[in-house]
Design a protein around this ligand. Structure first.
Ligand SMILES: [Zn+2]
Length: 326
């Protein structure tokens, strides 16, 4: 690792290069240090990390590190039918190769069942939840999220899901990237917190774990923006603090389809980690200087931390990626 001089030189070039409008300039590392700030990356182990997931990991890592905060890693492996056994290990090795170091031990949701069970009991005790016997097919025609069919009890015997009854009305929040967001809760519908197959649902687990881990800043892909009002309703019902949210643009293929479902979703190339980081930075409109090409991840990140500027992606919900390889 030959490096300190090179990274200083490239950072200087970048500052002189004058970045996007609205850029507040380079912040000294740790100048805005806030060790009470905690971010996280919470992938589902359903496949290797591709450029879209690298972008989410990098964005949340930079957001935490620029302020001297912690960055946690949580493997969201509750949806057991979709989990691929080797995927979590591959993800950890990829993050390691990219130099995205996490703090503390890796959390696995599959080991937190007691935590979710306790939260479910709290919600049951408060009378906010109900059992729902509706199948996916029965709900397919509904023009709102959930028509309220089972609010007074399941309409049929057999397996039931558990849903949280939402407060009626409008829910608004300020997303740090997407700006002001507002939702009619009745359009979203009562959210499933335990599935009909008995598994705890993503929405409950994420809220319980973020609170348990002391996450103050959720930075994730904009594909999860519409989950946020449900999660806020759950936080309120459980008496949990509400983190700040920043939803990063989602990488889409040239046809506009979500990368995860595309042939462009190739695994991040860990033999060229610096190049993968540079590609992610460019997609995030961070304008890394050309001099960073070919440098190892530590030096790319040494430039990226002080220069991280989320205002460059303000209001951007998706970014097309026309490169098939990272
Ligand atoms: Zn129902």
């Amino acid at each position: 690792m030959s490096g300190v001089n090179a990274s200083t030189a490239t950072a200087t070039t970048a500052t002189a290069d004058s970045p996007a409008p609205g850029h507040t300039g380079r912040q000294p590392p740790g100048g805005d240090a806030d060790s009470s700030r905690t971010g996280r990356f919470a992938p589902s182990p359903t496949g290797p990390l591709h450029i879209g997931s690298v972008l989410a990991a990098l964005g949340s890592w930079l957001d935490a590190r620029q302020r001297g905060g912690r960055w946690l890693l949580r493997i969201e492996d509750l949806d057991t039918p979709r989990v691929i056994p080797e995927a979590a290990g591959t993800m950890l090795r990829t993050l390691d190769a990219l130099g995205l170091e996490w703090d503390g031990v890796v959390e696995y949701q599959s080991r937190n069942q007691d935590r979710y069970r306790a939260a479910l009991q709290t919600l049951k005790d408060s009378g906010r939840v109900f059992e729902c016997s509706c199948s996916r097919r029965e709900l397919a025609g509904a023009d709102t999220g959930y028509p309220g069919t089972c609010r007074d009890g399941p309409v049929r015997p057999g397996p039931t899901a558990v849903r949280l009854r939402l407060d009626p009305g409008e829910l608004c929040f300020d997303d740090r990237v997407q700006g002001r967001c507002s939702y009619r809760l009745e359009q979203l519908g009562d959210v499933v917190i335990r599935r009909r197959d008995g598994l705890f649902a993503y929405q409950l687990a994420v809220v319980v774990d973020d609170a348990h881990q002391g996450v103050t800043d959720v930075v994730r892909g904009a594909d999860l923006l519409d989950s946020t009002p449900w999660q806020m309703q759950l936080q309120r019902a459980l008496g949990l603090p509400q983190p700040r949210y920043a939803h990063l643009p989602v990488v889409v293929d040239p046809g506009g389809a979500k990368l995860a479902k595309s042939r462009h979703a190739v695994p991040a190339d860990t033999t060229r980690p610096g190049a993968v980081l540079l590609q992610a930075l460019k997609l995030l409109r961070q304008r890394p200087p050309a001099e960073l090409a070919g440098l190892p991840p530590a030096q790319v990140l040494a430039w990226a931390v002080p220069n991280w500027n989320p205002s460059a992606i303000q209001g951007l919900a998706s970014i097309p990626c026309d490169v098939a390889t990272a």
